[in-house]
Ligand binder design. Structure first.
Ligand code: ADP
Length: 497
């Protein structure tokens, strides 16, 4: 939420834009939530094809039964037609009864109706009796007389099989028409459909329950993550997504990544708070000294001139100390913000190291410290000369600062075809094992009281570390208390930009 600030006649008016969060919430449609989309997708993929397959199978079964019935009726009609021909039923009236009995018996056994028609489509015999003497002009009969035997389902739901009857001289003399309704097939198919529907409903219920559970499994961690992220955006960095699921998938990975991000944010936040409190503390100490010193002069009467000078001298060195802290802080902030991009140039590192030693030699001479410089070979590397000089100078400065009188400091320059190596060793006080890992932290000092004497700010090694990291290099420390310290810096000779 960003406040809009207006100045009206010198008055500060701050208008907070509220309700962005609510606006966000309003837009969210329940049925467009990931959970419902997943559910709808599962239903579309899982149930719709199931219904389509079931209906296709049902139609195929029905078609199969009908085709079988057509074939059956045709073959029965053929049998009857053959018998009519052999009995000479159409011409010989005396010989009809026994065949009619056979036809009646067949029709009752198979539950179909048989009609015998002559060539003018007049019904000569009907197992249903009712149509004898009538003319039947249905397309199947006409086709059978003219062309070929046929079986067909009519719109009234009846199957008609018509087979022509041949006379003695091989001419078509009539038609046998066998008809049957399809109620039994419809009943069978609807029975199958009922059972299938029950099965489908059961399956659908199981599928839907599984889908609800699955979508729950997938969306639950996401919902938790949203809550956690919302809480974090309000500044509660201690929030974590609780994962009970044993299943490992991308959503779980996302939740774990979210937790890692929260860890990192919490760390950054605590470092930031620590840093701010360190800065305040570091600046407060010299400020308090200045206050005490200045007050003691102000409150005393007839202060001798020597005391003035001494106190002002102390005040001056406290001011120097504050200036040093602020300078180092500014350098660090700039490095952090990458405000000034590194100005990489081919640089002869031997010259850089030599320059640093020359500049710091007077400090070493004050303490009778012997400084050796060993250049194993000429090393040229792509570096930002100014920043690298500052980084290495911090190391040499520390080596001199933390080495007692008459000690030794050695700076070594070496390189291979990929890297340059600069090491700074001293015979100084060393660093305790459990503190070696912390010396690159901002404001970290091993012995705070002694450091005030040496004038250290606790920021030098942080600056060195950031600079070496920006050069894509590395920095290692070997140290033994009371024996000395060696810091080894590696910098790639070429930088891939
Ligand atoms: P400072 O400005 O206090 O020197 P640095 O960041 O440069 O801060 O160093 C952090 C701390 O690491 C120092 O206060 C000191 O205790 C320790 N240290 C650094 N270099 C050495 C060294 N060569 N020998 C012993 N201790 C060292």
């Amino acid at each position: 939420m960003s406040p809009n600030i207006y100045l009206q006649n010198g008055e500060l008016v701050i208008i907070l834009i509220k309700g962005e969060k609510h606006a966000m919430k309003k837009k969210k449609s329940y049925f467009l939530s990931l959970r419902w989309i997943l559910l709808a997708t599962y239903v579309a993929i899982g149930i719709v094809p199931l219904l389509l397959i079931a209906s296709t199978i049902l139609h195929s079964v029905q078609d199969y039964f009908i085709e079988e019935r057509k074939k059956d009726l045709l073959s029965q009609a053929n049998v009857i037609s053959g018998q009519i021909t052999s009995y000479d039923y159409m011409a010989n009236k005396d010989n009809r009864d026994s065949l009619e009995e056979t036809m009646l018996e067949m029709s009752q056994r198979h539950d179909f109706r048989v009609l015998v028609l002559d060539s003018s489509c007049l019904v000569m015999y009907d197992t249903g009796y009712s149509d004898v003497g009538k003319t039947v002009l249905i397309p199947e009969v006409i086709e059978a007389l003219e062309n070929k035997d046929i079986a067909r389902v009519q719109e009234d739901g009846m199957v008609y099989a018509a087979v022509s009857i041949y006379g003695r001289n091989n001419t078509r003399v009539g038609v046998v028409l066998v008809s049957d309704d399809l109620t039994d097939i419809s009943n069978t198919v609807s029975n199958i459909a009922k059972k299938g529907n029950l099965l489908l409903a059961g399956l659908a219920i199981i599928v839907i329950i599984m889908m609800v559970i699955m979508s729950q499994i997938f969306t639950e961690p996401i919902k938790k993550m949203i809550k956690v992220i919302q809480k974090m955006s309000e500044g509660h960095f201690e929030q974590r997504v609780q994962m009970q699921s044993q299943i490992h998938n991308e959503v779980v990975d996302l939740a774990l990544a979210c937790n890692q991000m929260a860890d990192q944010l919490e760390k950054v936040e605590s470092t930031r708070q620590q840093f701010v409190s360190n800065v305040s503390h570091e600046l407060k100490t010299p400020l308090s000294s200045i206050k005490v010193l200045s007050e003691s002069i102000l409150l005393q009467e007839d202060v001798p001139k020597e005391m003035y000078v001494e106190f002002l001298h102390d005040i001056n060195s406290e001011v120097d100390r504050m200036a040093a802290i602020i300078n180092d802080l500014l350098t660090l902030v700039k490095l952090d913000q990458k405000e000034i991009p590194l100005n990489f140039r081919e640089t002869e590192l031997g010259d850089v190291v030599e320059g640093i030693i020359k500049r710091l030699l007077p400090l070493a001479q004050v303490k009778d410290i012997q400084v050796n410089y060993v250049k194993e070979k000429d090393v040229t590397a792509m570096v930002d000369e100014m920043k690298l000089t500052l980084a290495v100078a911090n190391l040499v400065d520390n080596a001199i600062k933390y080495t007692p009188k008459n000690g030794k400091v050695e700076v070594n320059l070496d390189g291979d075809h990929q890297n340059a190596f600069i090491s700074v060793s001293d015979t100084g006080i060393g660093i305790p094992d459990d503190e070696v890992g912390r010396i690159f932290e901002r404001f970290y000092r091993v012995d705070k009281t002694r450091d005030r004497e040496t004038g250290g700010t606790g920021l030098g090694l942080s600056i060195t570390h950031s600079t070496i990291m920006m050069h894509n290099g590395s920095i290692k420390v070997h140290s033994k208390e009371e024996e000395g310290t060696t810091i080894l810096v590696r910098i790639p000779i070429r930088q891939n930009s």
